[in-house]
Ligand binder design. Structure first.
Ligand code: PLP
Ligand code: COI
Length: 340
């Protein structure tokens, strides 16, 4: 039975659901894992995660399709990225197949919280791992917890499908050099000041630049960029210090194979921003959110697609991706994992 939730009004927030998944790593091995009801995590005061921020996470969504199935989108990609994050952070990896199975179990147990088809909402799934035993010297923990919780969500940006206003940030990219490819708690902690500062000044997000030359576009605090140029080519910044967004990689495939558009992953310079027709933010939470204005230290770069709606190509990309996720458009093999 579906829970009594106003699906239409959901924003991007945490709502406690009934079950979460927990697996514990002790004496060099992961246990079987189980679903639990307790949403509290009780830890030693010197746990590795609390002292040295040894933690990483993932984000994906479950959807109700047009034919009333519950599915997830490319969870194998999240499982692989989490393996990459864990390896970099000296944490034990959690097997990809077991990751997918744990996602499946957790979503199934919280079925009543998966928003029905047609509300523009989904169940956000947050797998995460952290060092759980006491460490006081600077070193990796010996014990870990892998957990998954879920929360029903609506749009990440308050404006929904309306274009948003962002600014070029003077703060550096959240991720310390070389860690952009991992989804580590520390990277996000380092971005919080920049995000609060942007919000205080009326901007929805920061456009971070490469820290070495401050001439190239990287990403925002929670999403990658795509741009549409005058020839309708879909352009996305190439950088090894941004998070390799699964949504962005999927959209580039959709652009090429579903819409017949040219795509380019290349360095994108700040001084070419005004040449683009469209700009949008892409990620699991952001989906594909149009950007109307990029504020460059007081100078407004207005995207010709305007402030009222998505640009033409952004809209096609958005509708195709969402159609694939919701089962109205045939998905490439292996993209959709049926849960129920
Ligand atoms: N970049 C950052 C910094 C993010 O936090 C996210 C969200 O996960 C993304 C990009 C988008 O990645 P994905 O499409 O895999 O969710
Ligand atoms: C996601 O899109 O899954 C993220 O982790 C981004 C975060 C800002 C919610």
């Amino acid at each position: 039975m579906k829970k009594d939730i106003n699906w239409k009004e959901l924003g991007f927030q945490y709502i406690k659901t009934d079950y979460r998944f927990l697996s514990e790593f002790k004496n060099g091995a992961w246990d079987e894992g189980r679903l639990i009801e307790d949403d509290k995590v009780v830890l030693n005061e010197s746990a590795g995660v609390l002292q040295y921020a040894q933690t990483c996470f993932e984000g994906l969504k479950a959807y109700t399709t047009v034919d009333n199935k519950i599915v997830t989108f490319r969870p194998d990609m999240n499982g692989q990225r989490m393996i990459d994050s864990c390896s970099y952070l000296e944490m034990p990896v959690f097997d990809k197949e077991k990751f997918i199975e744990a996602v499946r179990k957790t979503v199934k147990a919280n079925e009543g919280y998966v928003p029905p088809y047609g509300f523009g909402a989904s169940l956000y799934i947050r797998p995460y791992m952290f060092g759980s035993n006491a460490v006081i010297g600077v070193k990796p923990a010996d014990e870990y917890q892998f957990r998954i919780f879920t929360t029903p969500v609506g749009p990440y940006f308050k404006s929904g499908a309306k274009p948003i206003v962002i600014r070029i940030s003077d703060f550096d990219r959240a991720a310390p050099k070389g860690t952009g490819h991992i989804k580590a708690g520390l990277n996000y902690a380092m971005s919080l000041h920049a995000i609060v500062d942007a919000h205080n000044k009326g901007f929805a997000e920061n456009m971070y630049l490469d820290s070495a030359t401050r001439t190239k576009v990287e990403e925002t605090g929670g999403a990658n960029f795509i741009f549409i140029d005058k020839n309708n080519t879909v352009v996305t910044p190439k950088s090894n210090s941004i998070l390799p967004s699964i949504t962005r990689r999927s959209l580039m495939y959709v652009a090429e194979h579903y819409l017949g558009l040219k795509t380019e992953e290349r360095e994108v310079y700040v001084n070419e921003l005004s040449d683009f027709k469209e700009c949008a933010l892409t990620g699991t939470a952001a989906v594909l959110s149009p950007v109307g204005i990029i504020n460059d230290h007081g100078k407004e770069i207005k995207m010709p697609s305007g402030m009222d709606d998505m640009g033409e190509i952004t809209k096609k990309l958005y509708e195709t991706l969402v159609g694939i996720q919701l089962g109205t458009i045939k998905a490439p093999d292996g993209w959709i994992y049926e849960i129920k």
